[in-house]
Design a protein around this ligand. Structure first.
Ligand SMILES: Cc1cc2nc3c(=O)[nH]c(=O)nc-3n(C[C@H](O)[C@H](O)[C@H](O)COP(=O)(O)O)c2cc1C
Length: 208
């Protein structure tokens, strides 16, 4: 978990005065600007550990997740970068019967049914200026959300296969024409630790 003072602690900043946070996290030594935050070796390691320990979680406990916690998770998504800062995302949270109805649109229905809540991320085409860049921004938004979920001891699985049915889901949800489904995240308290996951070696990813 992150210690106080890492930049994850400040992603949830609202527009209100931040002075109390500087007091709390930096003993009153207010950094000159936000970019100062997170730039020391100790914090860097915390973030890397958090990123590496996150796994896709596909089985969940029945325990309910408070709505304030969901808001905090979405707050992490809200602060993602986007081209021209156009913030082309919109969120919808489904639970209960609505959530279970959504399960009919994917072969991964059991993941959706087992989840406590579903976070749906839409591309808001009204705010779009470049489709490629907007989809990249949505990806950054989702990764922020996934890391936030993991940092709270919750688990999630990003479901892409369900997008094959996005037109039918659009009709089911009666969402406005400008909203295009970009991702579905199943969310809940992890049932148990997931199996491991592998990555390509860094040396094989660097082009010389
Ligand atoms: C764009 C995208 C689509 C995905 N779609 C699915 C899906 O439909 N069903 C599923 O079980 N997992 C899905 N996943 C999760 C991946 O299988 C998972 O991230 C990958 O195997 C790496 O495992 P990890 O997340 O535990 O590190 C998706 C992930 C991404 C980023």
């Amino acid at each position: 978990m992150c210690k106080k003072g890492t930049f994850l602690n400040v992603v949830d900043m609202g527009e209100e005065s931040l002075d109390w946070k500087w007091e709390l996290y930096y003993n009153g030594n207010k950094p000159k600007n936000l970019f100062r935050l997170g730039f020391n070796r100790e914090n860097e390691m915390d973030i890397l550990e958090l990123i590496k320990a996150r796994r896709s979680i596909r089985e969940f406990k029945s325990k309910d997740i408070d709505e304030e916690i969901v808001d905090e998770i979405l707050e992490a998504g809200r602060w993602a970068p986007s081209g021209l800062n156009n913030q082309p995302w919109k969120f919808m949270v489904l639970k209960g019967e609505d959530k279970n109805s959504l399960a009919e649109y994917t072969k991964y229905f059991d993941i959706i049914k087992g989840a406590n809540k579903i976070i749906m991320v839409f591309l808001n085409n009204e705010d779009s200026y470049n489709r490629d860049k907007d989809l990249m921004a949505i990806g950054a938004c989702i990764q922020n959300i996934l890391i936030s979920i993991h940092s709270k001891g919750l688990g999630a699985c990003w479901l892409g296969e369900i997008l094959n049915q996005k037109d039918q889901i659009h009709k089911f949800l009666k969402t406005s024409q400008n909203l295009e489904l970009a991702a579905v995240l199943a969310l809940g308290y992890p049932h148990d630790s997931s199996s491991g996951s592998k990555r390509k070696k860094l040396k094989d990813l660097i082009i010389k």
